[in-house]
Design a protein around this ligand. Structure first.
Ligand SMILES: [Zn+2]
Length: 80
């Protein structure tokens, strides 16, 4: 699934999320060594614009956003 640069998330109304890519799922063997790393292309890692907290969501639960993005991350903010 193709990713957009920004998403809206109805769990956090009024906040614009920046998309950081797909989450990586790691498989380890019984020695604790990584034997496989695979992108989960049904999900996206998103972060509130202007914040550090990252969330993982299914892409189908997010709404693509392509309008103005203010540095404060608030939807519809009038700052340029
Ligand atoms: Zn603003």
């Amino acid at each position: 699934m193709k990713l957009a640069d920004y998403y809206l998330n109805e769990d956090y109304p009024g906040v614009i999320f920046e998309c950081l890519g797909h989450p990586i799922e790691t498989t380890i063997d019984h020695h604790g060594d990584v034997i496989r790393e695979e992108e989960n292309d049904l999900q996206a890692v998103i972060r509130m614009v202007g914040d550090n907290a990252e969330f993982v969501y299914f892409i189908e639960d997010l709404v693509e956003y392509s309008d103005h993005v203010c540095s404060c991350g608030q939807l519809g903010c009038g700052h340029v």
